[in-house]
Design a protein. Structure first.
Ligand SMILES: [Zn+2]
Length: 354
């Protein structure tokens, strides 16, 4: 599709109004400071803060381990299944406000059971109460990605258990894929190859965080051992032209989260992501937020960054959204419906903009 709007007309208003799809977003990292405070109060947890402003101050990190520490503290506030319903409803409202039509939301089921006694079934049932509200109230469609954690306190069994639960009841509860997060260094994806093979055999899709704070070899190893449908981040690929060609040839999309990479220190400057080189090498890019309030970002902000820092046009941004819609873990007919809706909404938006 050719745009009716010149590059210079990529305005914040248009970016906000564009239809969007998000594929890489963590439920536990999506909780805004006011909701964290509300949850802490209702579950009588002392976070050492009393106001939303003070809670906001928790969302400033010295480094990556400090960010993980904050993430774990926030998870401590999620004590009852109903807490997850609230968190999903709040997330859905924020996605709708940015014109996100579809999102795949990661969550970490194993620690919620091990640390706080919330089992996979009740957890997902509560999340699905929120999911139905979000669909009815805002028209936003959500699906779940159950993440295993590489460096879980309980060891690699954390991932194995996650797959067991998915096989038992994941399909009927809106889970579409197995993901893998946590510390990359020292925990290669190959270690979990059997778990991923089991998930895939049971009909689930597969996405793996790789090459976020590690080098291109971690992506190579992941592609070889797991053959994922998508890669979370994968930004290190830009340092390896042969790998970029390989990702392009295999059509493995990257779930890129620029502001997250800046906030965690994965890159010193946004420019270092060199998204234009990845795009020009034919790598399929999608734009995402990772943990939006924790990184002070949003889908709208990520789009603005892509335009401002890398000079992507409105059509480029729309192309990334279509990439995401095509890479969605939905049945083919639902995927086609999503692609058609995104295209129609974008065309309608362009008409009202001229
Ligand atoms: Zn992530």
């Amino acid at each position: 599709m050719s745009t009716l709007i010149p590059v210079t007309d990529v305005t914040p208003d248009l970016i906000a109004r564009m239809p969007k799809v998000e594929l890489h977003l963590h439920l536990e990292g999506s909780i805004d400071p006011a909701t964290v405070l509300e949850l802490a109060r209702r579950n009588t947890i002392d976070l050492g803060v009393r106001t939303a402003q003070e809670t906001e101050a928790l969302y400033a990190y010295r480094d990556f381990p400090h960010f993980i520490d904050t993430f774990v503290r926030i998870c401590e506030c999620l004590r009852r299944p109903e807490d997850f319903t609230l968190v999903v409803e709040r997330l859905g409202a924020r996605l709708a406000a940015q014109n996100v039509r579809y999102a795949e939301v990661h969550f970490n089921p194993e620690p919620h059971l091990r640390k706080r006694g919330i089992a996979f079934g009740p957890l997902l049932d509560a999340m699905n109460v929120g999911r139905r509200v979000v669909r009815a109230r805002h028209g936003v469609k959500l699906r779940w990605i159950a993440d295993g954690i590489r460096d879980a306190d309980s060891g690699p069994v954390s991932v194995t258990r996650t797959v067991d639960w998915m096989i038992e009841s994941g399909h009927q509860r809106g889970v579409v894929a197995l993901g893998l997060g946590g510390l990359e260094e020292g925990y290669p994806a190959a270690r979990f190859a059997d778990d991923f093979a089991r998930a895939r055999a049971a009909g689930f899709h597969v996405t793996v965080h790789a090459g976020e704070i590690t080098g291109p070899e971690a992506i190579r190893e992941t592609v070889k051992a797991i053959e994922p449908d998508r890669i979370g981040h994968g930004i290190a690929a830009v340092h390896d032209p042969a790998l970029m060609s390989d990702l392009a040839r295999r059509r493995i999309p990257l779930e890129v989260c620029p502001v997250s990479n800046l906030r965690t220190g994965a890159v010193a400057r946004l420019e270092d992501l060199r998204l234009r080189e990845l795009d020009e090498a034919g790598v399929i890019l999608t734009l995402n937020t990772d943990d939006p309030p924790m990184f002070h970002t949003s889908m709208t902000n990520e789009f603005a960054v892509a335009a401002d820092v890398f000079g992507f046009t409105l059509d480029d941004l729309h192309r990334f959204t279509l990439n995401a819609a095509h890479a969605a873990f939905l049945p083919p007919n639902e995927r086609e419906t999503l692609v058609a809706r995104i295209d129609a909404d974008y065309s309608a938006m362009l008409k009202t903009a001229t």
